[in-house]
Design a protein around this ligand. Structure first.
Ligand code: ATP
Length: 364
């Protein structure tokens, strides 16, 4: 643990008999951009509100570095929050909105600090405007500047981009990341948008029904999900039922008469009933009967049942002999093969791109 790591230990929050957050453990390293990702109602806002001091944990503790903050009043915590509703003061100028926290503390060099902060969020020329004279994205940046001006140790962001349209959202994601890197303050960002979490955060905790299902770097979560929930929540995946057994340095997976391979040591499970997982963009198609490339896995005799052209890629559905439809994304480069509905195809992928999950979990 370093200077100001945020450590949530064994935290449970009950509302009556309903358990919103269930024995949660989470360490957010100082200076990290951390995302809490999950569907509506999974407990992410409640977790954030407990860190802010707006809810009290039923059990467990929350600390920032050496300081236990579980029962501290919100205003005594070195923590600020940015909400989706910007909550700016409509009668004050942008400058005064951002200056508010400093003035309340009787700080001296307000002009300089606010000036620097407005530059950071690229609103220098709007200092004298009122909030209603700014766009949604600009107002969100004012809210951010106002929350950062006191240099909290942790900034909590609760779906801060939720009110913006998609294009502006994408721009603001990159902006937020730049600002976080510049200020070096720990950001904990709550979102239900997996692309947003993966674009911005160094680390993501995936929440479901009050618990963290998995946490790690975005690439790790995407390529090595440990549960079907994580596999499905972070993008599209094909989950195919198989039987796994150890085979030297590999795991052998038998699927409908085909023997497939995955490397050992990374999978959530390596023997018995499994879901064999493969992301659609990792699969490549060939005409049925084409020989496999060295070492690749192959599932044969699919029939294309759907072709969707979506610009950068073409999405195929291939119905396999056992009735399951598998998804394949093919990049639209010059070399694309362009299969049609009814074509017979084989599906290939490299063993390294396979992930294995315990078949006792629901696949959907
Ligand atoms: P969303 O993205 O929809 O905000 P969330 O993951 O942030 O979802 P929470 O707001 O943390 O979810 O809520 C988790 C669960 O706790 C929900 O089922 C919610 O209805 C319940 N809950 C939250 N606050 C209260 C409360 N004050 N009293 C009773 N139940 C609550």
């Amino acid at each position: 643990m370093s200077g100001s790591d945020l450590v949530i230990q064994g935290v449970t929050k009950r509302f009556g008999s309903f358990v919103a957050v269930d024995d949660l453990d989470l360490t957010v390293p100082e200076g990290a951009f951390y995302a809490l990702l999950g569907p509506s109602g999974c407990g992410k806002t409640t977790t954030l509100r407990m860190v802010a001091g707006l809810e009290t944990p039923t059990e467990g503790s929350i600390s920032l570095g050496e300081q236990v903050i579980t029962d501290l009043k919100p205003y005594k915590r070195p923590v600020n929050t940015v909400f989706q509703s910007y909550a700016l003061f409509p009668h004050l100028t942008i400058f005064e909105n951002v200056a508010f926290g400093l003035r309340r503390q009787g700080k001296k060099d307000v002009k300089q600090q606010v000036g620097e902060m407005l530059e950071l969020v690229e609103l220098g020329q709007y200092a004298e405007r009122k909030p209603t004279q700014l766009s949604g994205g600009q107002q969100q940046r004012v809210a951010l500047a106002r929350a950062l001006i006191n240099r909290p140790k942790v900034l909590l962001l609760d779906e801060p981009l939720g009110a913006l349209d998609l294009k502006l959202r994408r721009q603001m994601q990159i902006e937020l990341k730049r600002i976080q890197t510049e200020v070096g303050i720990t950001f904990v960002h709550v979102t239900h948008d997996q692309e947003e979490a993966m674009t911005m955060a160094d680390n993501v905790a995936v929440m479901n029904a009050g618990v963290i299902e998995q946490q790690g770097e975005p690439v790790e979560l995407y390529e090595h999900p440990q549960t079907t929930f994580v596999a499905n929540f972070l993008g599209q995946s094909n989950l195919i039922r198989g039987e796994a057994s150890a085979d030297g340095s590999h795991v052998r997976i038998d699927v409908e008469g085909a023997a497939l391979r995955a490397p050992r040591g990374r999978a959530a499970t390596e023997s018995g009933g499994v879901w064999l997982g493969i992301r659609p963009e990792k699969v490549f198609l060939s005409e049925a009967g084409t020989e496999s490339q060295d070492g690749s896995n192959a599932l044969r005799d699919g029939v294309i049942t759907d072709v969707s052209f979506i610009g950068v890629s073409t999405q195929y559905l291939a119905k396999m002999p056992w009735g399951q439809e598998l998804m394949v994304f093919e990049q639209n480069t010059g070399a694309r093969k362009g299969f049609r509905v009814g074509d017979k195809v084989d599906l290939h992928w490299m063993p390294d791109h396979t992930f294995l999950l315990d078949a006792q979990q629901d696949a959907s």
